[in-house]
Design a protein around this ligand. Structure first.
Ligand SMILES: C[S@@+](CC[C@H](N)C(=O)[O-])C[C@H]1O[C@@H](n2cnc3c(N)ncnc32)[C@H](O)[C@@H]1O
Length: 279
């Protein structure tokens, strides 16, 4: 095997890879991401016994199963429990009490469309359980989707250790002890929360066969990887799965202000769906 070709990706291979990243995920990466792309693909190419990026591109072209591996490698899945406290303050102090008061006896339907390894979903679950413990009769269902099959495997198990729980454990000790069960060298999210959650693979650009009617959608820290035109496509697409006046929550580096969408600004990071027949 000739490892030399794997050290430096040439311009032509890089451009082809960037086209495929966009084609399969909607993510736009510039040539400045060359080192990142090389670092992510190199171990996979070695594992396959191939000796150049060009060979890998041929392999990807002829082995449809490799597309999911490629997607798993090129996506960035950073996440954490209670990421961006402001979101959780809004969700627990405003959204949940208001929604429950306006919708007695209904089940709250929640979707996280870029769920990554599950920390965001379980944070939602913990907030809902806390609300439920003080409001008998409140019920909820959560759906978590992501384009990466690898992170969803972790999410589905719901077991965390090391850095991924450090901050949660130290800053919210009571909640941590209440909802995270010790299992050998890790901690697993309590079973009653896990039972409320369904995970599945989904590309935000795909139009689902059957439309859902979620009350709130978390779409955080994923729009940032798309260019404006693609952000608009995704926002229009997901808006169809949200009830009128339903809520969309985005990430702190994201904004919908310069985009043409069915959403109206409500609070920082919080938007409301206002137009039903948009686009
Ligand atoms: C940085 S993580 C954000 C995780 C979580 N929402 C948060 O804010 O902590 C971005 C996630 O978006 C997913 N992603 C990227 N492109 C996607 C697409 N087209 N459809 C669905 N998920 C996508 C990635 O796989 C990754 O897990």
């Amino acid at each position: 095997m000739n490892g030399i070709d794997l050290v430096e990706m040439d311009q032509s291979s890089l451009e082809k890879v960037l086209v495929l990243v966009h084609k399969f995920t909607g993510i736009t990466m510039g040539v400045g991401k060359k080192t990142l792309i090389q670092g992510r693909l190199r171990p996979r190419i070695r594992k396959l016994g191939l000796s150049s990026y060009e060979q890998y591109l041929d392999y990807l072209n002829t082995h449809k199963n490799e597309i999911q591996e490629f997607v798993n490698l090129v996506t960035t899945n950073e996440t954490s429990f209670f990421r961006t406290q402001r979101v959780w303050d809004y969700f627990t102090k405003n959204f949940l009490p208001d929604w429950a008061a306006a919708n007695p006896k209904k089940t709250l339907k929640i979707w996280s469309g870029a769920a990554s390894s599950g920390e965001e979903i379980y944070t939602i679950g913990i907030c809902c359980e806390e609300h439920r413990s003080k409001n008998i009769g409140f019920n909820y269902q959560i759906t978590g989707t992501d384009i990466s099959s690898e992170v969803l495997t972790t999410a589905d198990i719901g077991e965390y250790s090391g850095r991924s729980i450090e901050n949660f454990k130290t800053t919210k000790r009571l909640l941590f002890d209440k909802y995270m069960d010790p299992v050998e060298t890790a901690f697993r999210v309590r079973a009653d929360i896990r039972l409320k959650i369904k995970f599945g693979i989904h590309n935000l650009f795909q139009i689902p066969l059957e439309r859902k009617s979620y009350d709130i959608i978390f779409l955080r820290n994923v729009l940032i990887y798309f260019e404006a035109n693609d952000q608009q496509k995704v926002l229009l697409n997901i808006s169809k799965d949200l009830v009128t006046n339903g809520i969309l929550i985005i990430g702190e580096s994201e904004s919908l202000n310069s985009l043409n969408t069915p959403f109206k600004y409500k609070l920082p990071l919080v938007y409301e769906k206002v137009e039903e027949d948009f686009g």
